[in-house]
Structures are given as structure tokens and as C-alpha cells.
Design a protein around this ligand. Structure first.
Ligand code: FAD
Length: 364
């Protein structure tokens, strides 16, 4: 099992959707190339990855799906599906980086993500293929699109997966305190994978994968996406920071935000982040929120203060090189992803830590 989390110590809840679980559907053969060669190779493969574009670039979360796809496909290469307009360049990037084949579906109406256009186009493409597995990142696009495609394909839809076990998929539930083990009971399965659960995949040897372009027929849907405008609530400082100190509901009151800010200020190239609950309480600005509905960050050091570690938060900071958690609850799920855990009241510990930095030459 490959996953960045370690929940060995946690009780596993088991929820099998089938009375007698079937083995996970298997990936098929492998091949590459274009034209007839492509047809031959693609038709025997059955693990597909829906590539995601953000500001015209393939997202990191897309590349993280390759390891997951290879696990469920028993080592076989998945096929990427990229929808858009003028996206052949990005398709070549995928094929060069991963050595996997990419099927590009182009259309003017696919320029911007629209749940209905994308879902219906995917259904058209996939219903005539032996696609058993359809993998998407568990991002705003992924968890919006996955259930719609699953409903159209009459497939099982399993969202927020973080691991592949022996014949089951694992996903965190109850704020990460338990892992639910799920076995699909359909021949087709749509899965979303939590960002950061698998390392991004790049392969440097062997020929690049093939790229095949097909034009999607226009499908009339009730809404049209005209464009995408970046939210003013994004804090680019978080993206560039090497150290992020984040506060959660456990800071107790707004006055304690100064503790978080003072600690962050002790590090060069630092920024202040927050959990959604702490933002909801008005203690931090919305642009500081980290997680599935906030920002995804990957600093060298992430210090989580009074944050329980719900998977929606962890999804946004799993990429951090080192995670330190300060929490009074020894069972808080954040300790499952922390490299260093401090079980202590943050109002006691953070002032001591700040004081210690003043005595340490490294911080002078
Ligand atoms: P809590 O879960 O209340 O945890 C507070 C923690 O502080 C506890 O573990 C407690 O032990 C600890 N604590 C209390 N007092 C102290 C003290 N004095 N010293 C030290 N520790 C203390 N959340 C996000 O963060 N980001 C998202 O992007 C996000 N998106 C979401 C999207 C959806 C669709 C949904 C449903 C939820 C989303 N959430 C998100 C919310 C998420 O599920 C959690 O509710 C939230 O992350 C909890 O925030 P918290 O850890 O600050 O608060």
C-alpha cells in the first residue's frame, strides 16, 4: 500500500458495499503509439485518468494519480484523458513526463470546465471503451465531476480515496479518525483521490506515450461556462512561503491569532495559514484557508496549531516536507501526518517556542 499517511495505529472501520466482495477490477494490457497501433493498445487498457488543467497547466494532482492508477491496474500504464481547446501541447507534456498515452478530446465548448459538458462528453467517450476505472483528483473539479460521470455510466463512485489495500480502497472518515475500506460492486468505478496521498509520478526512461486527438461533438447542456477568473481570496504569500504557521479553532479566541503571527514572523519567507473553522469564526481571512476548498501548499515546514487534521485540511498541506502539530488531544488525526507532535496547550507552548527562538543563533 502506498500512501503518505500512517494509520496503522487507528481502528479501521470496514464498510463493504457488496455482501461478498469481488476482487478490484483489473487493468488490462499495455502499449503505445498512434493510429492502428493506438487502437490496439488503448482498447485493452481500462484505467483512465482525467487530467486537470489550472491556468492552462496540468496540475500536480493529476500527476499524483499515476501511482494510484498503476496500483489498481496492477502495474499497467493508465491512459490520460484531457478535455479542452488547443490543449495538444499539454497532452504532449503528460505523455513525455509519464510515458503514458494521452487521448485529447477537443471542442470549443470544452475550453472552460463545465460539469455537464464534461460529464456528457466523458460518457460518450468512455461508454464505447473498456474503461473499468476512471480516476480524478479530489479537487473542486474532481468531486464535482466524478458523481455526474458515475451516474451517466452507471458506475460506482468512490470519493476521497487515500490508499489501495488488498482488494479494497481506503478513505478517511470522521475527520480522519477512521479509514473506511470500500469494495466496488460494479464493473465500472469512478474514483477521486485525495491530493498528496500519492507522490507525483515522472518517468525519465523509455519513449514518450502517444497522443491521439479526437473532436468532441457539441452537446447542448443547460449552462455554459464563459471564463474563469482567479479569486481575490488567494494569498500568493502562502504559495511562496518556506514556513507556514497555521491556526485552527483550537487557538480559542481571536486574540491568540497574534501568537500564530509572532511565531510565523520568527522565520524568514514565512506566512500564516488557517483551518476553515478558524476562518469561519472570522479569526483569519478567507484567503488564508488551507485545504480542499482553500489553498494547497507545500512548504518546507508546516506548523499546525490547534488544528484537528480533518482530511479536508490535510489535503491542502500534505505536500509539506516537515509537519509539526501542536494539539492538546493526543488522538487528534493531525498527528497521523505530523513528523513531530507536541501534545500541549498552544497558549503554553507557543510563547515558550517563540522565546526559545530568541535564544537560538539560527533565528538571529
Ligand atoms: P476542530 O476540528 O474543532 O479542531 C480543533 C483542534 O484544536 C482539536 O483537535 C483540539 O484538540 C485542538 N485544541 C483545542 N484547544 C487547544 C489548545 N488550547 N491547544 C492546542 N490544541 C487545542 N477545513 C479546512 O481546514 N480547510 C478546507 O479547505 C476545508 N474544506 C471543507 C470542505 C467541505 C466540503 C467540508 C464539509 C468541510 C471542509 N473543511 C475544511 C472543514 C473540516 O472538515 C474541519 O471541520 C475543519 O478543518 C476543522 O477545523 P479545526 O481543525 O480548526 O477545528
Amino acid at each position: 500500500m502506498e500512501s503518505s499517511t500512517n494509520r496503522n495505529a487507528i481502528t479501521h472501520s470496514t464498510l463493504h458495499s457488496a455482501p461478498s466482495p469481488r476482487p478490484l477490477p483489473q487493468g488490462g494490457g499495455e502499449g503505445k503509439g498512434e493510429g492502428a497501433e493506438w487502437e490496439k493498445s488503448e482498447c485493452v487498457r481500462n484505467v483512465y485518468i482525467i487530467a486537470e488543467l489550472r491556468k492552462g497547466c496540468i496540475t500536480q494532482e493529476t500527476y499524483e494519480l499515476v501511482r494510484f492508477a498503476r496500483l489498481i491496474g496492477k502495474g499497467q500504464k493508465p491512459v490520460f484523458l484531457l478535455l479542452g481547446r488547443n490543449v495538444e501541447k499539454q497532452a504532449r507534456e503528460i505523455s513525455q513526463k509519464t510515458r503514458c498515452d494521452t487521448l485529447v478530446v477537443i471542442g470549443d465548448h470544452l475550453e472552460h470546465y463545465n460539469a455537464l459538458s464534461y460529464a456528457h462528453t466523458l460518457m460518450e467517450i468512455l461508454q464505447e471503451r473498456a474503461a473499468s476505472w476512471l480516476c480524478l483528483p479530489h479537487t473542486s473539479m474532481g468531486y464535482d465531476l466524478a458523481p455526474r460521470v458515475a451516474a451517466l455510466l452507471k458506475a460506482a463512485c468512490i470519493t476521497g480515496v487515500e490508499s489501495v489495500g488488498d482488494g479494497f480502497l481506503g478513505r478517511p472518515i470522521h475527520s480522519g479518525r477512521f479509514v473506511e475500506e470500500i469494495v466496488p460492486d460494479t464493473s465500472r468505478v469512478v474514483v477521486t483521490v485525495l491530493p498528496g496521498a500519492f507522490r507525483a509520478y515522472e518517468e525519465t526512461t523509455g519513449p514518450a506515450g502517444g497522443v491521439k486527438v479526437i473532436r468532441a461533438a457539441f452537446i447542448k447542456v443547460p449552462s455554459q461556462t464563459l471564463g474563469v477568473v482567479e479569486s481575490v481570496h488567494r494569498d500568493s504569500a502562502l504559495k511562496d512561503a518556506e514556513v507556514i504557521v497555521s491556526g485552527g479553532r483550537g487557538i480559542g479566541e481571536k486574540e491568540n491569532v497574534s501568537l500564530i503571527k509572532t511565531l510565523a514572523a520568527r522565520f524568514p519567507r514565512s506566512a500564516v495559514g488557517a483551518s476553515r473553522s478558524a476562518c469561519d469564526l472570522g479569526w483569519f481571512e478567507r484567503k488564508q484557508q488551507i485545504g480542499t476548498t482553500g489553498q494547497t501548499v507545500s512548504p518546507k515546514l508546516y506548523i499546525a496549531c490547534g488544528i484537528s487534521g480533518a482530511f479536508q485540511h490535510v489535503s491542502g498541506m500534505r505536500g509539506a516536507q516537515t509537519v509539526v502539530a501542536i494539539n492538546t488531544d493526543i488522538h487528534a488525526p493531525i498527528f497521523q501526518v505530523a513528523h513531530y507532535g507536541i501534545v500541549e496547550d498552544l497558549e503554553t507552548f507557543i510563547p515558550l517556542l517563540i522565546e526559545a527562538t530568541h535564544r537560538t543563533p539560527l533565528f538571529r
